[in-house]
Ligand binder design. Sequence first.
Ligand code: NAD
Length: 424
Amino acid sequence: MTSVEVTTTHLRENPYELAREQLSRVASIFEIDPNLVEVLGRCKKAIEVSIPVAMDDGTTQVFIGYRVTHNIARGPSKGGIRYHPDVTVDEVRALAMWMTWKCALMGIPFGGAKGGIACDPKKMSRHELEGMTRRFTSEIINEIGPEKDIPAPDVGTDGSTMAWIFDTYSMNKGHSVLGVVTGKPLTIGGSLGREEATSRGALFCLRDAVAKLDKSLAGQKVVVQGFGNVGSYLAQFLHQEGSIVVGISDSTTALYNPKGIDIPAAFAHKRETRSLAGVKDAEVITDAELLELDCDILAPCALEQVITEQNADRIKASIICEGANGPVTPSGDAILEDRGVLILPDVLANAGGVVVSYFEWVQGLQEYFWKEVEVNAKLNDIMSKAFDETWETAQSRKLPMRVAAYGLAVERVAEATLTRGIYP
Ligand code: NAD
C-alpha cells in the first residue's frame, strides 16, 4: 500500500488564515459583535478520511479526503468537492467559509461547506476515480444529505463524480435521493443551465458592472485564466456578447492574440483534446504574462492566489472578475484597491453556480423540473439583486466591492446566528 504525498502547492499563504483575516477586517468595518466574529471565524466541523483505492496496476493507494462544514445558521451546508494534488484541510476550510458568505450574499437558504481529496485526477483512470469517489462517499455518508450537507462539483470533479456520489448514497439509503448532490447530469435529475451557471452568473455580474460605468461588453478586451467549467463558458459567453477575448489559458498552455482568439474553435479543441495546446492562430505565452496582458477585463477562473503583492502593480485590466475562489490575496487586493481597479469579488462573481445548485436541489426535492429559460431568468433576478445591493453598499459607504459583499454576507449570517441563539 502506498500513501499519496503532495510536495508542491499553488498556495503561497495559508488560505484559512487569509479568510479569517478578511473576516476580521470586514467585521470591524461593519461593527459585528466580536463574540460572533469568534464563532464565524471557525469551522463548525472538519473531518479527514483515508480512502484506499485499488488502482488499475494492482497496487492499492491511500488518498486523504476532507469534508468541512463552516456554518449552518441559515440552512444546510453547501459546497463543492475538489480533486487536486494541492488540497489541504486549510484550503478546504477557507473555501467552506467563502461558501457561507456566498450563499448569504445571494439570499439562498444554505450555509457553507467544502470537500476535497488530495489526488491528481488527470493521472487516474475513470475506473480509479469512480472507486475513489464511491469510497469517499461511504466514508462521509453520515455527514451529507439533502437536509444536512449537499456537495457539488469544483476543480477536478464534474457531473460524473456527482452521479457516483448520488448513486452510492442512494444505494446505501435504499432509494434515490435526488437532493444529496447538485451538478448531476440531466439524465439523473440535474438542472438545465447548471453546467454553465457559474459563468452565466459572472456574465450577468460583468454586464451590470460595465453598465454602471456607462459601457457595454461589446468591444471590451478580455483575458480569461483557466479554461475549465467556469473559464471556458465565460469566454464563450463574452465572445457571444462581442467582447474580444485576447488571452486564455489552462494548466498546460497560455495563449494570446491581440485581435481576439477564435473562442468557439478553442472550446471545441479543449473538449476534444482536454488541453489548449495546439489551438491555432494564437501566440504561446507564459501564465504570468497572461495575467499582465493589456486588457479591460481580467477573469481569473483557475485557482487561488494568482494575483499577489508580487504582480498586482503590473495588472493592466480595470475590472477583475473573480471566476475562481480567492484568486487575489489581501496584499494583492490592497495594491489593486489603491490603483482603483474594480474587483467583482468571488462571493458575488462566481455565485451563479451555487444559485442554480439551489434550483437543482429545490427541483429534486419537488421532483418537478423547470425549463432552461426559467432557470436563467431566476438566476438573472438573484444575481442582479445581489449585484445592486453590493454596489449600493459600496457606493454609500465608500467601500471596495469585496468589503461591501463580505460585509452584507457576514451581517446576514451574524443576524441568523443571533436570532437562533447559541445552543444550548
Ligand atoms: P475545472 O477543473 O473545470 O477547471 C479548472 C481550469 O483551471 C482547468 O482548465 C485547468 O487546466 C486550469 N488551471 C489549473 N491551474 C492553472 C494555472 N496555473 N494556470 C492556468 N490555468 C490553470 O474547475 P472549475 O469548476 O472551472 O473551477 C475553477 C475555479 O472556479 C475554482 O476556483 C472553483 O472553486 C471556482 N468555482 C467553480 C464553480 C463551479 O460551478 N464549477 C463555482 C464557483 C466557483
